[in-house]
Ligand binder design. Structure first.
Ligand SMILES: CC(C)(COP(=O)(O)OP(=O)(O)OC[C@H]1O[C@@H](n2cnc3c(N)ncnc32)[C@H](O)[C@@H]1OP(=O)(O)O)[C@@H](O)C(=O)NCCC(=O)NCCS
Length: 153
């Protein structure tokens, strides 16, 4: 079996979001949503534009996937996405997200965003100096779990 291990030098994350869903949250709880999820700089840049906010939301989730955490252990505002002078989005990590990146050896992070009327999508690619866990050990843990639950032969 060809394993996904090799020497992993990249971490990737992808996320897609329904823009009308973000619009609804923004309509219902504008202050709470903006304060909880976005930095003041992101709020200032997006000026309430729902596509831009949705794409940034997707980018934050994509970064959380690249960090391997999901949304549970990293704060949304510790991941900031702002454009450079040409409009290309750049990612800035602070607080817990920066610490997590350090632990798993992420040393560069790049993001790409896209949106249509209904959906926004973000893809993140990071270079990674070291792997956090051996894929064989992770696979073994899952197989043991599936066996224990009687889900695997
Ligand atoms: C993983 C997370 C960041 C995204 O989940 P989601 O947007 O609900 O679901 P998605 O379909 O985009 O992603 C699911 C996939 O993420 C991947 N994933 C799950 N946990 C992961 C982790 N710790 N690290 C990396 N990837 C992970 C899995 O591959 C999963 O697909 P699978 O179950 O088929 O294997 C999740 O932790 C989360 O909490 N999301 C917050 C959702 C939220 O607040 N939404 C509000 C919208 S306004």
């Amino acid at each position: 079996m060809l394993e996904s291990r090799a020497v992993s030098t990249h971490a990737v994350g992808v996320d897609m979001i329904e823009i009308p869903r973000v619009a609804r949250v923004l309509e219902r709880h504008p202050q709470r949503f903006l304060r909880r999820v976005f930095t003041p700089e992101e709020v200032a840049f997006c000026r309430g534009r729902v596509r831009e906010l949705a794409a940034r939301f997707a980018a934050k989730e994509a970064v959380m996937k690249a960090l391997g955490t999901g949304a549970r252990s990293v704060a949304w505002r510790d991941i900031e996405v702002l454009p450079d002078q040409r409009g290309k989005p750049l990612v800035y990590l602070t607080g817990g997200a920066a610490r997590r990146a350090e632990v798993i050896g992420l040393d560069a992070i790049d993001v790409s965003l896209s949106h249509l009327d209904e959906f926004a999508i973000a893809v993140v690619v990071c270079t990674q100096k070291r792997r956090e866990q051996e894929p064989e050990a992770a696979r073994r843990r899952l197989v043991d779990f599936l066996r224990l639950r009687g889900l695997l032969g």
